[in-house]
Design a protein around this ligand. Sequence first.
Ligand SMILES: C[S@@+](CC[C@H](N)C(=O)[O-])C[C@H]1O[C@@H](n2cnc3c(N)ncnc32)[C@H](O)[C@@H]1O
Length: 220
Amino acid sequence: MEELFPGVFTRKGNIFTKNLIPGEKVYGEKLVSEEGIEYRQWDLFRSKLSASLKNGLEVMPIKEGSTVLYLGAAEGTTISHVSDIVGPTGLIFGVDVSARVMRKFIGISEQRENVVPIIADANKPWTYKDYLEGKTIDVLFQDVAQQNQAQIFLKNAEYFLKTGAAGMLVIKAKSISQDSNVANVFSKEIAKLSESFTPKQIVNLKPFEKDHVMVHCEKL
Ligand SMILES: C[S@@+](CC[C@H](N)C(=O)[O-])C[C@H]1O[C@@H](n2cnc3c(N)ncnc32)[C@H](O)[C@@H]1O
């Protein structure tokens, strides 16, 4: 196992995290033990964060001890790996609007003490700001596949991010426009961020996700 970033490992082209709850799988992923340490294989087709790591993300802002606000938690597939990375000293607030998809995620949060599920609409950060009171958010991560993706991201950044904090935004072109020129859709959406963020890197997620990019940016 080779360490790609602190808490993120690679072997034979696959990506892994150290299992915070040894012996437990979250979504049927493969468990691999090496020198007494158990790792969980991070499915590249089921997580845009692992796809961006595979496709050359140069800086990984999520690390041990990070506090992360994660919008679009869904069933918690990606969050479970983020939970492995931030470890017991980190914290993840996972927001999703759908109580149905959150059911599985709530089960995960019962096992993983560094995960806090919040059922809320990310368009309305004021409805969950009390949960985050007194916390400094190191990373705002968003994967909501909505038409107003940049707007939701900017709104949450305004509420919760200090200057220098990291942003990681997944842009899904087809949720924004049916324009066949997806490069155009990406650049228009990224331009909207410029009032509050400096873009650091844009990683295309193909072949794992079609017409998606991950934008790593820094709050101004
Ligand atoms: C593509 S899925 C996220 C997958 C997840 N990030 C992962 O990798 O495991 C998008 C999620 O965003 C949620 N979502 C959509 N609009 C939202 C909103 N306004 N507020 C919060 N969550 C929203 C959906 O319910 C859905 O679960």
